[in-house]
Design a protein around this ligand. Structure first.
Ligand code: NAI
Length: 342
């Protein structure tokens, strides 16, 4: 198998290169996959992509035309792939879990940094400014956190919050029995939470789940955390909420228009995105650049699972991590019966 690897960063190369063999070769490209770059995959059996590559219907048709048989996502989320369109043409695999701890721990790191003003204190003491003025925070103990999405990451985050003595409210489209939180309606979660953390996927239903209307239902001073997907939040509505002082703080590891800027060094450049620039300029907004997954453990797990996925598809035409676009059959499903969708 020869795999065209898009949006390559040095840490990707480091974790994947050790899997190169006579049977598996990678062709690393720094550019992202999209309709303008898809031709780079010519002569390859598969493409390996990340969160800001584009595999829409047009790109999938082109990949199919040039003989690509597999799209291997080296991430969990797959909102950037038209899985339905790929059905019957190209197998799509992903890494469902590589370290929910990495993302959940980063979410808590951002929350603590923000509310205890660690980012401000770090800069002050670097300059030998030991004043405490303006650094007053608040205790997490006894506060209510609302968690939207109680899957793998949401659950770890709930456990962490419980460790801090917080009360946890949760909302999930598919609530689970074994989650140590009180499931409530979205409206109640918005109304009663001091902190709201997003851990659901980006879908048509969750697009802009945080918008002007939902912000209006939240407590004054609410802290919003998003380490899931940018478009869960209407960034302009968030900015208005910050400007009106209704939102107390926001911690964002993801941003709606992040694909234009995140993961790249724009220091010394003028960033065209006024909303992002204004958000970053706010003292109560903390932005990291889709960094939550970035731990040694997660990178190792991502590489190992991605390579296994590619090998499984090569050998069996199916993988347990295939994103199955259901053919409509609930019974006698090929994926369940034969381990392959098509
Ligand atoms: P998961 O699939 O284990 O959990 C997602 C949960 O969201 C499930 O419980 C599901 O029932 C729920 N859900 C689905 N539709 C919903 C809706 N309409 N409303 C409320 N809940 C809904 O996924 P996991 O591993 O916990 O990841 C969550 C998200 O975190 C991913 O979708 C991805 O976007 C993001 N992520 C971000 C990373 C980062 O580096 N910032 C890294 C990895 C994932």
């Amino acid at each position: 198998m020869k795999i065209a690897f898009f949006d390559t960063k040095p840490y990707d190369k480091q974790s994947f290169e050790k899997y190169v063999s006579d049977d598996l070769k990678f062709k690393f490209f720094e550019t992202k996959l999209n309709i303008d770059t898809v031709e780079l995959a010519h002569g390859c059996d598969g493409v390996c992509i990340f969160v800001n590559d584009t595999a829409d219907a047009q790109v999938i048709d082109k990949l199919y035309e040039i003989g690509v048989k597999i799209i291997a996502l080296r991430c969990a989320g797959y909102n950037n792939v038209d899985v339905k369109h790929a059905f019957g043409k190209i197998h799509v695999v992903h890494v469902p879990a590589y370290s929910p701890y990495a993302v959940a721990e980063h979410t808590m790191a951002m929350l603590l940094t923000s509310i205890r003003r660690i980012h401000k204190a770090y800069i002050r003491t670097k300059d030998f400014n030991f004043s405490l003025n303006g650094l007053t925070g608040f205790d997490l103990y006894g506060k209510t956190v609302g968690v939207i999405g109680t899957g793998k990451i949401g659950r770890v985050f709930i456990d962490i919050c419980k460790g801090f003595g917080m009360k946890v409210l949760a909302y999930d489209k598919y609530p689970a029995d074994d989650v140590p939180a009180e499931y409530v309606t979205l409206d109640r979660l918005f109304a009663d939470s001091d902190i709201i953390s997003m851990h659901c996927p980006l879908t048509k239903e969750t697009y802009h789940i945080i918008d002007e209307q939902s912000i209006g239902k939240m407590k004054k001073g609410v802290v919003i955390l998003n380490t899931s997907r940018g478009a869960l939040i209407d960034a302009d509505a968030l900015l208005e909420g910050i400007k009106s002082r209704h939102i107390g703080a926001a911690c964002l590891d993801v941003y709606e228009e992040e694909s234009d800027v995140f993961f790249e060094d724009y220091s010394g450049h003028i960033v065209d995105d006024d909303t992002l620039a204004r958000l970053i300029s706010m003292p109560n907004v903390l932005v990291t650049s889709h960094q939550a997954f970035l731990t040694e453990e997660a990178l190792e797990n991502i590489a190992e699972t991605t390579v296994n996925n590619i090998n499984e598809i090569a050998k069996n035409g199916g993988s347990q991590n295939e994103l199955c676009y259901h053919c409509g059959k609930t019974e006698n499903c090929r994926a369940q019966r034969l381990g392959k969708c098509f």
